[in-house]
Design a protein around this ligand. Structure first.
Ligand SMILES: Cc1cc2nc3c(=O)[nH]c(=O)nc-3n(C[C@H](O)[C@H](O)[C@H](O)COP(=O)(O)OP(=O)(O)OC[C@H]3O[C@@H](n4cnc5c(N)ncnc54)[C@H](O)[C@@H]3O)c2cc1C
Length: 260
């Protein structure tokens, strides 16, 4: 357990986003499910509120006081290639999951950013770059293990299982999930960048043209491809579109050209 005077306190409370970091009274940097139970029981016994942080990529409102359960080091991934499933621990990022599944030619329904926590992403629904073919990540969860707010670790039964997939961390601290894996021997992906200055007369009109072309292209493309416009500007006057194609090299280049 870290307190505000511990030398590791600052590093442990900060995540990827720096806008509103947590300022907890104590931090539990957990490495296994038993430590999560201990942290939750500590919060119950001391009447403290709880926040959970995996990678801190989400723009969560920072807590003042209370208990922060930092799951970053609780990040093991176990693959069952026969069943095509993976057991993912609370703090594993998609980078950790892919490193474990890729040697089998298998992939989870990840997000686009390797540094994002697999469990928070999935609990939020999870609409990734293979969603047109396979759907939401939350619909491919087989089992959820969770420490509920009575400090007990349990397998989420029907109602809790339903609510947690989409309801996120509102029902307890998830210690692990079992997810489906998919055959993805090859995936081509990247970003296309549009210079709005090349689309006169005005940036707003150009952005809207790029956006409607995106929607049109997406609706007529194979479900093995995905494309989405990112509204956050990578640089002034530039728009970005992420593209992905699950298939062979020969088809990849024409697909990328088609989605321009
Ligand atoms: C500005 C911005 C840009 C983004 N860009 C991308 C992108 O490019 N690609 C992409 O794939 N996604 C992106 N996302 C979405 C991101 O995937 C989700 O916000 C994801 O939930 C963040 O995961 P995390 O590991 O950072 O979780 P955290 O920020 O650590 O936590 C997110 C939420 O989940 C809860 N939580 C965490 N762990 C648990 C647990 N074990 N049990 C219960 N609740 C838990 C936390 O309490 C918190 O409310 C972006 C989000 C933002 C805000």
């Amino acid at each position: 357990m870290l307190t505000r005077t511990s030398p590791e306190y600052d590093a442990a409370r900060h995540g990827f986003q720096r806008r509103d970091p947590h300022r907890p009274e104590v931090i539990f940097p957990v490495t296994n499910a038993t430590e999560v139970e201990e942290a939750v029981r500590y919060a119950i016994d001391h009447d403290k509120r709880i926040a959970v942080q995996a990678s801190g990529h989400g723009l969560t409102r920072g807590i003042d006081g209370g208990v922060l359960i930092a799951t970053g080091a609780f990040n093991h991934v176990t693959v069952d290639p026969g069943k095509k499933t993976a057991w993912i621990e609370a703090g594993a990022t998609w980078r950790d999951v892919l490193a474990a599944t890729a040697p089998y030619g298998l992939a989870p329904l990840s997000g686009s950013s390797p540094g994002v926590g697999a469990i928070p992403y999935t609990l939020g629904g999870g609409l990734g770059l293979m969603a047109r073919r396979f759907g939401y990540a939350a619909d491919h969860v087989r089992r959820i293990e969770i420490v509920t707010m009575d400090g007990v670790r349990r397998d989420a039964e029907a109602d809790l299982f339903w609510a947690t997939r989409g309801g996120g961390g509102n029902f307890g601290v998830v210690t692990g999930i079992e997810v489906d894996l998919f055959d993805v021997p090859t995936l081509y992906g990247g970003s296309l960048y549009f210079d709005l200055a090349e689309h006169p007369p005005g940036a707003a009109a150009a952005a809207s043209r790029v956006s409607s072309r995106s929607a049109k292209a997406a609706s007529s493309c194979s479900r093995e491809s995905a494309s989405r416009l990112r509204l956050a500007l990578p640089a002034p006057g530039v728009r970005r579109r992420q593209v992905a194609w699950r298939g062979g090299t020969r088809e990849a280049a024409p697909r990328a050209r088609a989605s321009r």
